[in-house]
Design a binder for this molecule. Structure first.
Ligand code: NAD
Length: 392
């Protein structure tokens, strides 16, 4: 079939296998064009491996460190007339390239929160040996708890209504959004259950009990802080509570892993276009202003550049791992630079529907959004009919 993008708000309901593979190839080639990362991990488990930060970290670890990788994802295969999800195609493309390069690469498609998927991961790892890197990169809207109840993650401010500018990405219309605060303790604690550190710690428990954590093992989970303008809805809102929990979990895990010479970190990454970040109001407008500023200053990075910087210049740079006063790795250092933020703040004050094309890099944002689903990849002929049914 000929597959075209079908965008509904902040989601695209179709995905293109050839385009997704081209984007995976682009990331692989970028990693391969660099010097290999010495002393990197040899066996890595990546939880949330099919999209965004998890996918790029898997690519960087496999092709930069020649590591065997076990991925965990929740994606949907094609079922007539629907295409598979983009993450499904990404993983199929990644596995093909990894195996061609002689690298062990397997993926479990299932619910990472479940005990069953954890047990299955441990079984698969027995073929390989204990892991020396565990990457926790889940972005999930809900979590089924062991008793069958479902906790949902919400993105709301706390205390008062949050009002700010937002953009309709498809049309470029800038308007004001008002987000009602969460008034329910249940909603806050459910968000923490989904996006906090509890499940990360359960993964580490399960691996430890099974003897599947290598001596000196490292684990990292991803977080975000962002600019003051999104504080009320992000870092000081419901999701911020979950990120606080994630960061507290990193400290606990770091102490525990010391017994085997291991380390646990949260890495605060920069804002990038992913399925999750494009769903947050206000953030797409912030990102399209930010990207323009960062590009002009030669500082712009995507997931793959961040993943390589994490491995090369933080986790495996050889000496003491650089962290901030709270013990966090900071890969948002360039995004948060004073000069960058000052320019973004100035643009934010002025931006409206009439000048958005001139002030923001909306074209880049739209391009990156479509690329998440495999559309607009350079060199791909989208008029050619493709088989949407791709095996993992
Ligand atoms: P994403 O939406 O691109 O990818 C999410 C991944 O989680 C996918 O591989 C998906 O299959 C997997 N997943 C979701 N639910 C699952 C489940 N129940 N079981 C198994 N797999 C499941 O997400 P992302 O934006 O790359 O975010 C990953 C992490 O990075 C999050 O913690 C996020 O807060 C953090 N982060 C994101 C940004 C950003 O701008 N996107 C910035 C800094 C930090």
């Amino acid at each position: 079939m000929i597959i075209e993008p079908k965008v509904r708000g902040f989601i695209c309901t179709t995905a293109h296998p050839t385009g997704a593979a081209a984007e995976v190839d682009r990331q692989i080639e970028w990693v391969r064009s660099r010097e290999p990362i010495v002393d990197g991990p040899k066996i890595a488990l990546v939880i949330g491996s099919s999209m965004g930060y998890g996918l790029s970290t898997r690519i960087a670890v496999a092709f930069g460190c020649s590591a065997a990788t076990l991925g965990v994802q929740l994606e949907r295969p094609a079922s007539d007339p629907r295409t598979a999800t983009a993450g499904w195609y990404n993983t199929a493309a990644f596995q093909k390239r990894a195996r061609e390069a002689g690298l062990w690469a397997e993926t479990i498609n299932g619910d990472a929160f479940s005990a069953g998927v954890k047990a299955e991961a441990i079984d698969r790892l027995r073929e390989l040996g204990p892991v020396d890197l565990v990457v926790y990169s889940l972005a999930a809207p809900r979590r089924t708890m062991p008793d069958g109840t479902v906790a949902k993650s919400v993105l709301k401010p706390l205390g008062s209504v949050y009002r700010n500018k937002t953009i309709e990405v498809a049309t470029g219309e800038v308007s004001e959004v008002a987000i009602e605060p969460s008034t329910s303790e249940q909603e806050i604690s459910d968000t923490v259950k989904v996006m906090g550190g509890e499940d990360w710690a359960l993964w580490i428990d399960a691996l430890e009990e099974a003897g599947m954590l290598a001596e000196g093992c490292r684990t990292v989970a991803y977080s975000y802080i962002g600019p003051e303008l999104t504080f009320p809805v992000y870092r000081m809102g419901t999701i911020g509570r979950a990120k606080d929990h994630l960061e507290a979990t990193a400290k606990e895990l770091d102490q525990r892993l010391a017994a085997i010479g291991g380390r646990a970190f949260v890495s605060v990454n920069k804002a990038v276009v992913t399925q999750s970040s494009s769903a947050v109001p206000v953030v797409p407008l912030y990102m399209s202003l930010l990207f323009g500023v960062m590009k002009r200053k030669g500082l712009q990075e995507g997931c793959i550049e961040q993943a390589v910087r994490l491995l090369e210049q933080r986790l495996y740079q050889g000496g003491e791992i650089p962290v901030d006063a709270e013990g966090r790795i900071r890969l948002d250092d360039w995004e948060m630079r004073d000069d960058v933020q000052a320019e973004v703040r100035d643009l934010w004050e002025r931006v409206d529907s009439d000048n958005v094309q001139e002030l923001a890099d909306l074209t880049e944002y739209q391009k990156e959004f479509l690329l998440l689903f495999g559309f607009g990849a350079p060199g791909v002929d989208y008029s050619i009919s493709v088989d949407p049914d791709v095996e993992l």
